[in-house]
Design a protein around this ligand. Structure first.
Ligand code: NAD
Length: 360
């Protein structure tokens, strides 16, 4: 690093326990360490069996299991869960599952101040961030509040064994996107750069291995370790063009979260790379390549992930609207985002060709 060092870094409180089997062997200890005696376990309907096992492991410290989590935390879902927490007299929350379950735990924590323990089962990284989201009348609002940051995170790679390979791949590349944008964020720092590079490396080594052997606990562990690092990067920095594009594509056009991140990332990085050469070089080093955008596209393609926004159901006629929304609000990005620039990125991602731009 040739520039004069100049950064702020906030170390966030929070414990991490990382071990196969930890969901049912460590969560009760984490709750006891926080002084919690009346825990409500929240999850989605699909993850209810796993959450039940975690609830059982808490013994009398569990006062209920609520399986109402839904994608993007609809406001009425959060209202209902909050009532359940109040009626049960909960003094703490345990969210078991992916970003949707952890999102519901955060929504309850936001309104009640109850401490949250997260037991993640995907690579979304939400457990490492103070970011909450709520969807009302079809519009998703997000914000930051330290009260929603889990006090303890229990990472159990065994929980992710059941994550289907296609979802593992897109969830993993979603995690990589957090690290990529953290590298060129205005609030990045040398520590973030270390975590981002290691996170991208761990995830890109793990994904092909677990696609070959989905039952491999070491590879599942490496992917979850990568997700932890990438999620920590997300929690500590401000995201740019890539996350903005995905937010618009998911929020306005209903495209699926992790798949959209997977398709857009090579193009967003190709657009930003000329303005963030050091970040692009770090990503390339982690991927063991000289061309990070193409390597990311090749990785996704080789693992059978969707390749284009067209494949995800976006209509060509929507590109201009999406580009307009992407430049509609100010946000941090290393390169100026013009309407033409956003449209070029979106069009390239729509077509799914090589992530290369000329003339923008
Ligand atoms: P998700 O929680 O909706 O899970 C996706 C699907 O996978 C669901 O059907 C779920 O039941 C299933 N699933 C989860 N774990 C499984 C497992 N181990 N085995 C089998 N199936 C499993 O989605 P996600 O991708 O984890 O998270 C996406 C959501 O999280 C989005 O709403 C996104 O906005 C949010 N998010 C928030 C943050 C934040 O910092 N606030 C960060 C990342 C993502």
């Amino acid at each position: 690093m040739k520039d004069v060092l100049d950064f702020s870094y906030e170390s966030r409180p929070g414990r991490v326990v990382f071990r196969p089997g930890a969901a049912t062997t460590a969560t009760a200890g984490e709750a006891a360490g926080l002084g919690l005696r009346r825990l409500l376990v929240v999850c989605g309907r699909h993850g209810a069996d796993t959450a039940r096992a975690v609830a059982d492991s808490l013994g009398p410290a569990c006062v209920g299991l609520h399986d109402g989590a839904r994608m993007h935390v609809p406001a009425e879902v959060a209202d209902r869960a909050m009532e359940v927490a109040r009626a049960a007299g909960a003094d703490g929350l345990v969210a078991v599952g992916g970003g949707s379950s952890i999102g519901l735990g955060k929504a309850i924590a936001l309104r009640t101040g109850l401490p949250l323990i997260a037991v993640p089962s995907t690579y979304s990284g939400s457990e490492m961030t103070p970011v909450w989201g709520l969807t009302e009348h079809g519009v998703k609002r997000t914000g930051r509040d330290p009260v929603v940051l889990p006090r303890s995170v229990v990472y159990d790679p065994a929980l992710t064994l059941s994550l289907p390979v296609p979802l593992s791949v897109t969830s993993g590349i979603n995690a990589i996107a957090h690290a990529v944008e953290a590298l060129y964020a205005p609030d990045t720092s040398p520590l973030i750069a270390l975590m981002a590079e290691e996170g991208v490396r761990a995830m890109t080594v793990a994904l092909p291995a677990l696609a070959d052997a989905p039952d491999s606990l070491p590879d599942r562990g490496r992917a979850l370790y990568g997700a932890w690092l990438c999620g920590s990067c997300l929690g500590a920095t401000t995201m740019g063009l890539h996350h903005k594009l995905c937010h618009v594509l998911g929020g306005t056009f209903g495209l699926p979260h992790a798949e959209t991140h997977t398709v857009v990332l090579p193009y967003a990085l190709a657009y930003n790379a000329p303005a963030a050469p050091e970040a692009a070089a770090t990503v390339a080093r982690a991927l063991d390549t000289t061309d990070a955008p193409n390597a990311l596209r090749d990785l996704a393609e080789s693992l059978g992930a969707p390749r284009s926004l067209a494949e995800l159901g976006l209509k060509e006629a929507d590109l201009a609207k999406a580009a307009g929304q992407t430049v509609g609000q100010a946000y941090a990005n290393p390169r100026e985002v013009t309407v033409e620039g956003a449209l070029a990125v979106l069009r390239a991602a729509f077509e799914g060709g090589p992530p290369e731009f000329s003339g923008v």
